[in-house]
Ligand binder design. Structure first.
Ligand code: BYC
Length: 314
């Protein structure tokens, strides 16, 4: 016990001094568990997040837009893979993460349970969903766990391109015909609140925040990041003559931030608990793709074993 409390003190001192924690360093079991949860859920979000956009790959309006969208979706796959690797350094195997996802034990971001009904939704995802993700992930570059922090640095570079490709779609639609501008407005109306909910519950209701902030797993709170996202996004929409679906959205000269309406937490928790418009289809699609790919994994492992055997004989 004495040993543990001394180790805990030394661990906290390292965190306070902004020294990164690396996989082989001593860490409290709760730190390890909390990271396994957050990083693997982050990885699942990247992978499940490919589905709403993948839905439009065959219907992109030009070859240029199709190539850009394909590159973006492939980036998301890459983000998922870095993050699974980072989570695996904490001693849990990839198969286990996927089992938790398929069994409904692990979460992924609520926002990916909404449908993409029009091409404008692809713009809204890049502009708003990737825009929100950047705010969160720039902050996470400073997380105390080395592998997670380094993954975030690479991911953020790609997210900036994602945000711009989405905003470009919205700019083109907003400057197009009346019908096209209306498509952009509809997409903003449908994606605004889900993007705000991505940041999670208010600080007072956030189960993990206190400990995560103390251990610098998170560097800023859910509400701080949400407010930053709102403040930086409003002028991007107003500049295009779009309106946000919130009558209480107003600049507050005292706080120097935008005020906004109460968030519909019933909707948020309903989606988080698996009852959103797309939860069942998203999980079923992932589970089927995973099962259909079993032969590829088996062949890759068999090939690896054969190579090992060959090198032993040689
Ligand atoms: N959706 O104590 P809290 C992308 C859960 S993908 C679902 O505040 P924490 C992209 C939370 O897990 C990148 N669940 O938690 C990809 C916890 O439940 P558990 C997306 C949510 O972890 C493709 C409970 O609520 N970004 O950019 O301290 C195409 C209490 O919450 C949500 C990330 O994944 C939610 N929105 O803080 C386009 C960010 N919010 O686990 C784009 C990484 C909360 O105890 N994650 N919950 O069962 C984080 O930064 C943090 O985990 C959160 C939540 C800020 C989300």
């Amino acid at each position: 016990m004495m040993e543990d409390s001394k180790k805990l003190e030394e661990f906290q001192a390292k965190i306070d001094a902004d020294v990164k924690i690396e996989p082989k360093d001593w860490m409290p079991e709760k730190y390890r568990q909390n990271l396994i949860r957050q990083i693997s859920q982050h990885a699942h979000s990247e992978i499940i997040g490919m589905q709403p956009e993948g839905n439009w790959l065959t219907r992109a309006p030009s070859l240029r837009s199709k190539k850009i969208l394909m590159a973006k979706i492939q980036d998301e796959a890459g983000h998922g893979l870095y993050l699974y690797c980072a989570a695996e350094t904490l001693g849990v195997k990839r198969e286990q993460f996927l089992k938790w996802l398929h069994d409904g034990v692990a979460k992924y971001s609520s926002v990916f349970n909404y449908p993409t009904l029009s091409w404008a939704d692809i713009g809204a995802i890049g502009w708003l969903v990737d825009g929100a993700a950047i705010v969160n992930q720039v902050s996470l570059q400073g997380t105390s766990y080395g592998p997670y922090s380094r993954a975030m640095v690479k991911i953020c570079k790609e997210e900036s391109f994602h945000q711009r490709q989405g905003y470009e779609i919205i700019v083109n639609l907003a400057n197009g015909t009346k019908e096209q501008k209306q498509m952009a407005q509809d997409a903003l109306d449908r994606w605004w609140w889900p993007s705000i909910m991505m940041f999670g519950p208010h600080d007072a209701d956030s189960a993990h925040s206190n400990q995560s902030l103390k251990w610098k797993i998170k560097r800023e709170s859910n509400d701080e990041l949400r407010q930053r996202y709102i403040d930086k996004t409003i002028h991007q929409g107003e500049h295009l003559g779009l309106t946000f679906p919130d009558e209480n959205l107003k600049w507050n000269d005292k706080t120097k931030h935008y005020d906004y309406s109460p968030i519909d937490w019933d909707e948020f928790w309903n989606v988080v608990k698996g009852n959103g418009p797309g939860n069942k289809a998203r999980l079923a699609h992932h589970t089927k793709a995973h099962n259909d790919g079993a032969w590829v994994r088996e062949a890759a492992i068999a090939f690896q074993e054969k190579q090992k055997l060959k090198s032993k004989i040689a």
